[in-house]
Write a protein that binds this ligand. Structure first.
Ligand code: PNS
Length: 166
């Protein structure tokens, strides 16, 4: 069986935590589709195209460094995640879990997605120790307040935020 997984999220912006999940997720799947949700988040920092470009750039560089096994592509979706997963012939939805506070939301989402399609399993990877606490929303707040975000996100994101100014 070909293992196709969707790794969905807002990725606004991509963090080191996301990249860790992409790297580890790629070793468990034949094709990992990183799916940027169009309808999540009301006032995004980056446009969908910018988020895709940042993700593709980082994935390319991880591939060059031999950190990715299996095929990884980036795409975008609107509407229900479960419909997109079905259309993509995915058998798995991949999510990262950080602190216990993530659990309730993920638990509900998993249950509802499973009720809608029992054939698509949601699989969780525990965030690695280094990335347990990283959240895009806090990265944006720290950047907005001129804090140092360089240990939370890749350099390309630091540069992208710096170049847009305020
Ligand atoms: O990066 P996030 O905010 O954790 O990602 C959340 C996301 C995009 C995975 C979630 O909001 C989602 O699946 N949105 C698509 C709409 C949908 O399917 N909603 C019902 C979920 S049960």
């Amino acid at each position: 069986m070909t293992r196709i997984a969707i790794y969905p999220g807002s990725f606004d912006p991509v963090t080191n935590g996301h990249l860790d999940i992409i790297q580890r997720g790629s070793s468990l799947t034949d094709h990992l589709i990183v799916a940027v949700a169009r309808n999540a988040g009301k006032s995004p920092m980056f446009s969908i195209d910018e988020r895709i470009a940042l993700l593709e750039n980082e994935i390319k560089s991880m591939e060059k460094d031999g950190l990715i096994s299996g095929k990884v592509t980036v795409n975008t979706f609107t509407g229900l995640l479960i419909d997109y997963a079905e259309k993509s012939n995915a058998n798995m939805i991949l999510r990262g879990l950080r602190a216990v506070t993530d659990f309730e939301y993920e638990f509900q989402m998993t249950g509802m997605n499973r009720r809608m399609n029992r054939d698509i399993e949601t699989v969780f990877l525990m965030a690695s120790e280094r990335n347990q606490f990283i959240a895009s929303s806090m990265v944006k707040e720290i950047a907005d307040l001129d804090g140092d975000i360089s240990s939370f996100v890749p350099n390309s994101v630091v540069e992208a935020i710096r170049s847009r100014g305020k």
